[in-house]
Design a protein around this ligand. Structure first.
Ligand code: UDP
Length: 239
């Protein structure tokens, strides 16, 4: 068509909480719903990568409080994210969206290894890439991995889907009835006002590399598709 505007490419972070519907294990209805919404965005030409959390199975920091070695507990946490990645892949494929899982810990029978250039190629061909097993390194979080993968695969934006809140507020809305939703915010302001956007390592990566983050609530039906397509919902955090 002679149109050389490059397509929108985004990285969506889905926490383990999303997969479990707030409980331990998987809530297939919720995962199917999210997969359907991702499929709609892909159909309209958005290139999508997903980083999945694993808090619905194990969190290393919590396990280590029960006496497990922290690093080993973190590996258990990372393996949990792979189960979420496979569940998401399954529902995406069921809704007709071609999907590849890439893991930071190699498990050849189950997924491709993390190869950034190949991930980009997949997205260019309309495939969703789901990144599992975190960074493969203990003491990191999937928030941090989201920022890192978004940067390495040249995503335009990081999208953080939340359960319960629909963005960043001036104060904790559960505590302060006067808390207001912010539609835009700078990283510097967030730091100065002590507003929590994501964990500190992820935050620093985004700020230092000028990657914008949109935090949005996924309770409202269709919000995942809206965020993927670039609609202005939730809070956009930039430099
Ligand atoms: N994890 C890790 N390194 C990583 C990513 C994750 O060790 O690079 C482990 C860590 O134990 C973490 C667990 O995997 O608690 C699940 O990830 P996370 O807590 O980020 O998931 P979410 O809170 O998004 O569900």
């Amino acid at each position: 068509t002679g149109d050389n505007v490059s397509p929108r490419r985004v990285l969506l972070k889905l926490s383990g909480e999303v997969f479990g519907g707030g409980r331990v294990g998987l809530d297939p209805k919720v995962v199917a719903g999210v997969a359907g919404q991702i499929g709609e965005a892909v159909e309209s030409g958005v290139q999508v990568a997903v980083v999945v959390g694993g808090g619905n199975f194990f969190r290393g920091a919590e396990l280590s409080q029960h006496g497990l070695d922290r690093a080993r507990a973190d590996y258990m946490g990372m393996l949990g994210t792979v189960m979420n990645a496979l569940a998401l892949q399954d529902f995406l494929e069921q809704s007709g969206v071609s999907t590849r899982v890439q893991t930071a810990i190699t498990m050849q029978q189950v997924a491709e290894p993390y190869i950034p250039l190949r991930a980009i190629r997949h997205m260019e061909r309309g495939r969703v890439v789901v990144f599992g097993a975190g960074s493969g390194m203990p003491f990191f979080s999937t928030d941090t991995v989201s920022a890192q993968r978004a940067l390495e695969t040249h995503c335009d934006e990081l999208l953080v889907a939340k359960n319960g809140v629909d963005g960043v507020y001036t104060a904790d809305p559960a505590v302060d009835p006067h808390a207001q939703l912010l539609s835009t915010l700078t990283y510097a302001d967030a730091l100065q006002r002590g507003l929590k956007v994501m964990d500190a390592t992820a935050f620093a990566l985004c700020q230092e590399n000028d990657l914008g983050t949109r935090v949005f609530g996924m309770t409202e039906p269709g919000n995942v598709t809206r965020a993927l397509r670039g609609e202005t919902i939730g809070t956009l955090v930039t430099n």
